[in-house]
Design a protein around this ligand. Structure first.
Ligand SMILES: NC(=O)c1ccc[n+]([C@@H]2O[C@H](COP(=O)([O-])OP(=O)(O)OC[C@H]3O[C@@H](n4cnc5c(N)ncnc54)[C@H](O)[C@@H]3O)[C@@H](O)[C@H]2O)c1
Length: 432
């Protein structure tokens, strides 16, 4: 498993749990050192135990050395990052190509090289060319096996997926991959086998579609506020239609995270490269930016028109609960805008503060508890719906704060309950 990040580490540990012998390789020495010392470099529920159990059983190893990891492998997964390329939004494939070059050098015997990273259509064939150029004698096939796990629920998503997608071109590669995924097939998760290009596109199309659902309901939430409708009721009424489905219809501050923003943008770029329009996805991206900007306006309005000199308790910094991942979190665009206008930020997040310190401007005061953040605040803003913020003791919150402004960007609380508790409450797409 090349790349021991959110996807590589979870996938590697889960394959080991299924009985495979897995070596996770990363170029980041400190990550591999941590892993070899029993320390998990990311926060993902259940991952500590899963890794420890499989290391103990001798099925899971960590290394920075390519020869060790590659030469005995039947399958080599590429699970390195594919961030947005600075300046143009294309998926940056430099890590994938660097990994492919390294892998090529140490191949020994028939091996399947599998792209697990989210990569543009055509990347598997490019990886194939790179390996052939580097090592003309190598006996190998390439395959595409995009990953659909969600951070925060990654282990159960990996072990009980809705589907496994395999892009393959040879029966031998397909047989090896099917063998590896057999435990998943035993629980009747469908294995969808297709060609390389289709497998690569399934991933982008899926993420763009989910982002579309979120932007759609966010746009509807704005309308709800204007016409006196309740976005919860609208989403429920829509979602009960089996053709629409209930999931991903939660209004909020806009989608974020390490996948939707970069993958939606990359899909637009892939389409442009092929001379095809992608107007829906372009709008989804635009609506998402507008939603984040709208949240700043909402906070400003709740503060009486200006955030200058106001102290805001921010609860939650990560893009969603149960992860420490801060990549493209809405907090990264909302908080700096408020700070530029003179807001004082006291922030708390159960797992994301170390990451946040690297990514948010200086001046944010990081607090050890929600209560510390709430102390003397003019307003509280819920940015991420961690469980710890779902059942706040409202009396205590009120007594800790200087003001009574409560801005709930995740619609965790009921407007009536909050008004009864004496808050000036605002949320997203609901009458408050
Ligand atoms: N994070 C998610 O929820 C998620 C879900 C599905 C798919 N994906 C996709 O999976 C891929 C990996 O995402 P991630 O979140 O795990 O990224 P990550 O940044 O957490 O991990 C990537 C790892 O790859 C390592 N790396 C970079 N170049 C390398 C090289 N040449 N050789 C070995 N290791 C190298 C990095 O040091 C890093 O540890 C991306 O394409 C992403 O879009 C991510």
């Amino acid at each position: 498993m090349i790349g021991a990040g959110y996807v590589g580490l979870v996938s590697g540990a889960c394959f080991a749990e299924f009985g495979a012998y897995v070596t996770c390789l990363d170029v980041d020495d400190s990550k591999i050192n941590d892993l070899n010392n029993g320390k998990i470099p990311i926060y993902e529920p259940g991952l500590n135990d899963l890794v420890a159990r499989n290391v103990e059983a001798g099925r899971l190893k960590f290394t920075t050395e390519f020869p060790k990891a590659i030469s005995r492998a039947d399958l080599v997964f590429i699970a390195v990052g594919t961030p947005s390329r600075h300046g143009d939004g294309h998926a940056d494939l430099k890590y994938v190509y660097a990994a492919a070059k390294q892998i090529a050098k140490y191949l020994d015997g028939y091996t399947v090289i599998v792209d697990k990273s989210t990569v543009p259509v055509g990347t598997a064939r490019q990886v194939q060319r790179i390996i052939k150029d580097e090592n003309p004698k190598a006996d190998f096939d390439v395959a595409s096996n995009p990953e659909f796990l969600r951070e925060g629920a990654a282990i159960s998503d990996f072990m009980r997926p809705d589907r496994v997608v395999l892009g393959v071109e040879s029966e031998r590669a397909e047989a090896l991959l099917r063998g590896l995924y057999r435990p998943i097939n035993l629980i009747e998760a469908p294995i969808h086998v297709t060609n390389l290009e289709s497998a690569e596109l399934v991933k982008y199309a899926s993420n763009a579609f989910l982002a579309t659902k979120i932007s759609f309901i966010n746009e509807i939430s704005t309308l709800c506020e204007k016409v006196g409708a309740d976005v919860h009721a609208v989403a429920k009424g829509m979602g009960l239609d089996g053709r629409i489905g209930r999931k991903f219809l939660h209004a909020g501050p806009g989608y974020g995270g390490s996948c939707f923003p970069k993958d939606a943008l990359a899909l637009v770029r892939i389409a442009q490269e092929h001379g095809v329009s992608s107007r829906i996805v372009e709008s989804v991206i635009e609506v998402n930016s507008a939603q984040k900007a709208r949240m700043v306006g909402k906070i400003r309005k709740a503060l009486g028109g200006s955030e200058t000199g106001k102290t805001l308790a921010i609860l939650g910094l990560t893009f969603k609960p149960e992860t420490d991942d801060m990549r493209d979190s809405p907090s990264l665009s909302i908080l700096p805008t408020l700070m530029e206008k003179g807001a004082l930020i006291k922030a708390h997040d159960p797992e994301g503060m170390e990451e946040a310190k690297e990514m948010l401007p200086e001046g944010v005061r990081y607090c050890n508890s929600a209560n510390e953040a709430l102390q003397d605040a003019d307003a509280v803003v819920i940015l991420t719906e961690w469980n710890a913020y779902r059942g706040l003791d409202l009396k205590e919150v009120k007594s800790l704060m200087k003001g009574n402004v409560f801005i709930d960007l995740r619609n965790v609380y009921e407007p009536q309950q909050m008004q009864d508790a004496g808050f000036q409450y605002s949320c997203v797409g609901r009458l408050s």
